[in-house]
Design a protein around this ligand. Structure first.
Ligand SMILES: NC(=O)c1ccc[n+]([C@@H]2O[C@H](COP(=O)([O-])OP(=O)(O)OC[C@H]3O[C@@H](n4cnc5c(N)ncnc54)[C@H](O)[C@@H]3O)[C@@H](O)[C@H]2O)c1
Length: 469
């Protein structure tokens, strides 16, 4: 099928590349000329595993790039909208990009089209898109609107797309459902998975995925509710981690115990410095705003957001508790991206912590495998950037781990100890076993677990019962 993807960002680019790999003809549309020029010359503007391979495989064949949305609409049967939906000052989703795309689509509807909302949007958006497309001149019977929320995670976006837990499609007509069924048929029939050149299957993937067909409103709510539930899981375990710290328990043992209950499950119980990124923070605020508009005061979401913010402040207090004072201290920082595997720094807890530490007068030497270019644009110029984790640690009063990159979990600990000015590691992502750190002579502080100490510190810090003496 001929498919247009409007918005060639994290979601649009990955979706377009994957649709091409499923055998579709894809036009990737964007209004950012620089991005289009880069894509046409073979550059990949985001860091995402397998994306360069897929783009190289299909560029100039099943994938083309265009700045002409209306021409793409005329050429294609399905048009996926994957533009940004950032938060407004009031926390609602800003749907002006979606609206402007809908307006433009309208003038090019010359035969039956399916317009699919892929962006994360509040309930009723598909109805608004329909209204806007009709207001701007399209025949009501010449198109349908579908909602097809995207659940990919940055860092594993390509495999998440090709090996999804489920595919959700919200429609209002059988004709429209049939188009979406056809688009996803290579996945739902299992045909893609038997191909020798398929992107490798991740460990836990169940194939073929289930296609869940719902109304458009239900599909819109599924996306917001899923993200809210996942964020709630993170805040829940972070709250439990705080209690573990107070009583000297180990949150990983607690996770193991509660995650073994099949009704709860072990996944996504990762204590740390909280969630970030371009989705959870904005989607929670948007869902809360939607609920309010519908007359429901969703206070559970307020608490999820509050715990998440508090988690960062607790971490900062922990760092202060270990270092005593901040001004002039040199800190090695591992990780700036909001999570491992991506260069995305939007709402990154690591970036927010670095900004706070800079305000407190710390000197920062940071390393991130993919996000340093983006971080340089956002942070003040006093930050030094290292070529690797050991350079970041060199001469530092302490090393902070702020993003869960795989490579940060397997550092040469003896080398690290020798490079650090003081053998102190404060880990916001719980990548190491405290006992192992102690055997390498490192004082190690993590989230929700007793510290491993190689030096004598005031009692409150030793027991973790209070953040500061
Ligand atoms: N990033 C994720 O992990 C993720 C996961 C699931 C869902 N989502 C949702 O998907 C949507 C897109 O997110 P993203 O992270 O890909 O955003 P992004 O900012 O990376 O990409 C958006 C793209 O849309 C382009 N654009 C904006 N207006 C346009 C227009 N009028 N015409 C053509 N192109 C236009 C921008 O230039 C940009 O390239 C959001 O609603 C987001 O919540 C994101």
């Amino acid at each position: 099928m001929r498919i247009a993807l409007v918005g060639s960002g994290y979601v649009g680019l990955v979706t377009g590349a994957c649709f091409a790999d499923l055998g579709h003809e894809v036009v990737l549309v964007d209004n950012d000329e620089q991005k289009l020029a880069a894509l046409r010359t073979g550059n990949v503007p985001i860091h995402e595993r397998f994306l360069p391979e897929l783009l190289a495989r299909h560029r100039g064949q099943r994938i083309k790039f265009s700045g002409d949305l209306q021409a793409a609409v005329r050429e294609c049967q399905a048009i996926f909208i994957a533009v940004g939906t950032p938060p407004t000052d009031r926390g609602e989703a800003d749907l002006s990009y979606v609206e402007s795309v809908a307006r433009e689509i309208s003038g090019a509807v010359d035969s039956y089209k399916v317009v699919v909302e892929k962006s994360t949007v509040p309930v009723y958006t598909s109805q608004w898109i329909r209204t806007v497309v009709i207001r701007n001149g399209a025949e009501p019977s010449s198109f349908d609107i579908a909602s097809n929320p995207e659940f990919l995670r940055e860092g594993t976006a390509v495999t998440d797309f090709l090996y999804p837990d489920r595919i959700v499609v919200g429609v209002e007509s059988e004709r429209c459902a049939e188009v979406l069924r056809e688009i996803y048929a290579p996945l739902t029939s299992g045909a893609y998975y038997s191909r020798s050149d398929a992107i490798p299957r991740p460990d836990r993937a169940q194939v073929p995925p289930r296609l869940i067909i719902t109304s458009t409103k239900s599909a819109e709510l599924i996306k917001h509710a899923s993200n809210a539930f996942l964020a709630m899981k993170i805040s829940f375990i972070n709250a439990v981690a705080s209690i573990c710290e107070s009583v000297g328990a180990n949150v990983h043992q607690v996770c193991d115990g509660i995650g073994a209950d099949s009704r709860i499950g072990p996944r996504f119980l990762n204590p740390g410095i909280g969630y970030g990124g371009s989705c959870f923070p904005k989607d929670l605020m948007a869902f809360r705003a939607v609920a309010k508009e519908c007359g429901y005061d969703f206070r559970l979401l307020d608490e999820v957001i509050r715990i998440n913010e508090d988690q960062r402040h607790r971490f900062l207090r922990k760092v202060r508790g270990v270092l005593w004072t901040f001004r002039g201290k040199r800190l090695g920082v591992l990780g700036l991206a909001f999570k491992g595997g991506t260069d995305d720094i939007r709402e990154s807890p690591a970036m927010l912590l670095v900004q706070e530490l800079l305000r407190e007068g710390c000197r920062i030497c940071a390393y991130d495998p993919a996000a340093m270019d983006r971080a340089k644009e956002a942070l003040n110029s006093s930050v030094e950037y290292a070529a690797g984790p050991y350079e970041a640690a060199s001469g530092a009063d302490a090393l902070l781990i702020l993003t869960e990159w795989e490579e940060f979990a397997s550092l040469d600990l003896d080398r690290l100890r020798k490079l650090l000015k003081y053998p102190i590691v404060i880990d916001g992502r719980n990548l190491y076993d405290p006992a192992v750190m102690a055997t390498h002579g490192l004082s190690y502080y993590s989230v929700g677990r007793p510290a491993a100490l190689t030096e004598d510190l005031p009692a409150g810090i030793r027991t973790n019962k209070r953040e500061r003496p």
